[in-house]
Design a binder for this molecule. Structure first.
Ligand code: PLP
Length: 404
């Protein structure tokens, strides 16, 4: 008799984006003339850069010719891409990361949810609260988190590390060290970044406690300030305790193309075993590589034109972020993020709950955002706006919020 993986039944319903969609649909039905502006989406809106499109076309043509056709990609990714990544994303920033420590994939979501497979089920996990939900959910599915407590909206065996305005949305080092520590900077949803000194403290803590840091830097390209680390490998000793995830999704508009990568340094050992070998085995067994044409597109991102073009798009989004941040501050909100990240995290007014504020903004301004509580209990009384919309709508939305 077949049975199911009971751990899946412990997952709380994926209520956040479906509830938002339901509420917006109902509002649209009741108010057919309302011009709704969506500042809740975490997806890019600008098209792929021209030089990347050119590389895609030319790779497609290669597939049409017997001499240049490509079948399965090498397990860990094509050398032409891994070498560019090692050079431009790491060596140029003074990080000791080699091409053979880079595993190319179809995006950071798969990697940061699959990575837990190479660790024992008895590992404890530590996550920020609020948090990108994938880290917890993938551990729930694996059976590492214990039961869900609907009263606290938390899993019994997860160490939640509160991130709020008191600690600048950067977690404190827990007294009891989690075995696996998920960190994400620049952060989704708060838009916060971590200083190099604070990140170094985390690296030292992980080494001292034999923990592994799983560092998600999917939004690294949005960092605009000096002295903000782009990679955990800027910290001394990180090669011995950290895995890093990166994505082309927001950096180069690849949410629909799909490309990302994970760095597992060769000297990262757990119980005397190199994690590099374990991840290579897992990758080779369960994954057959990102498409050749997409890896060629990824390579084009590192060309001088590619870099210029993707920087233009990022600047466009970050100008939106500035408009939102300045606008909501002028309207009297306490607001964070938006300087090194495409997310603006604002405190709801008059202690409104996140959902009350969602309804209020939808009804009074026809603007859609994301309730902070959807990212964890500590996100209650917060609200996330994103900078991925178009300029005209962003300006309109902020004008409407100011008028409220
Ligand atoms: N990590 C964080 C923090 C994200 O916000 C996202 C996407 O929203 C991802 C990873 C997933 O990126 P990808 O599109 O590469 O799967």
């Amino acid at each position: 008799m077949a049975t199911i993986n009971k751990n899946f039944t412990k997952l709380p319903g994926s209520y956040l984006f479906s509830t938002i969609a339901k509420k917006v649909n109902e509002f649209e039905k009741a108010n057919p003339d309302a011009k709704i502006i969506r500042l809740g989406i975490g997806d890019v809106t600008k098209p792929i850069a021209p030089s990347v499109i050119k590389a895609l076309h030319s790779a497609v043509d290669e597939m049409a010719n017997a001499d240049t056709f490509k079948g399965y990609a090498p397990d860990l990714g094509y050398a032409f891409l891994r070498e560019k990544i090692a050079m431009y994303d790491y060596k140029d920033r003074g990080c000791d990361v080699n091409a053979d420590e880079i595993f190319v994939s179809d995006g950071a979501k798969c990697d940061c949810s699959n990575i837990q497979e190479i660790f024992g089920l008895d590992n404890t996990i530590g996550v920020c609260d609020p948090v990108y939900p994938v880290y917890v959910d993938s551990n729930v599915m694996a059976g590492r988190t214990g039961d869900y407590n609907s009263k606290t909206d938390r899993f019994d065996n997860v160490i939640y590390m509160p991130c709020n305005s008191d600690n600048g949305f950067v977690p404190e080092l827990p007294d009891k060290a989690p075995d696996l520590i998920y960190l994400c900077f620049p952060n989704n949803p708060t838009g916060a970044v971590i200083s190099k000194d604070r990140l170094q403290e985390w690296v030292d803590y992980a080494i001292k406690n034999n923990s592994v840091i799983l560092y998600d830097s999917a939004y690294e390209a949005f960092i605009s300030e000096e002295n903000v680390p782009h990679s955990i490998y800027e910290c001394e000793g990180a090669r011995k305790c950290a895995i890093e995830f990166r994505s082309f999704s927001k950096t180069a508009g690849f949410t629909g193309l799909r490309l990302g990568y994970t760095v597992v340094p060769k000297d990262l050992m757990v119980e005397g075993v190199a994690l590099h070998g374990l991840w290579a085995r897992r990758h080779g067994t369960k994954y057959n590589g990102a498409p050749y044409i997409v890896q060629k597109a990824g390579e084009a991102v590192y060309s001088p034109e590619g870099q210029r073009e993707i920087r233009e798009n990022i600047s466009y989004y970050m100008e939106n972020a500035k408009i939102i941040l300045d606008g909501v501050k002028k309207a009297g909100f306490e607001a964070y993020g938006g300087v090194n990240a495409p997310y603006i995290w604002l405190k709801t007014p008059s202690d409104m709950t996140s959902w009350e504020f969602f309804d209020y903004l939808l009804e009074k301004a026809c603007v859609v955002g994301t309730p902070g509580v959807g990212f964890g209990p500590e996100g209650e009384n917060y609200f996330r706006l994103t900078a991925f919309g178009n300029r005209e709508n962003t300006i309109k939305a902020i004008d409407r919020i100011k008028k409220l």
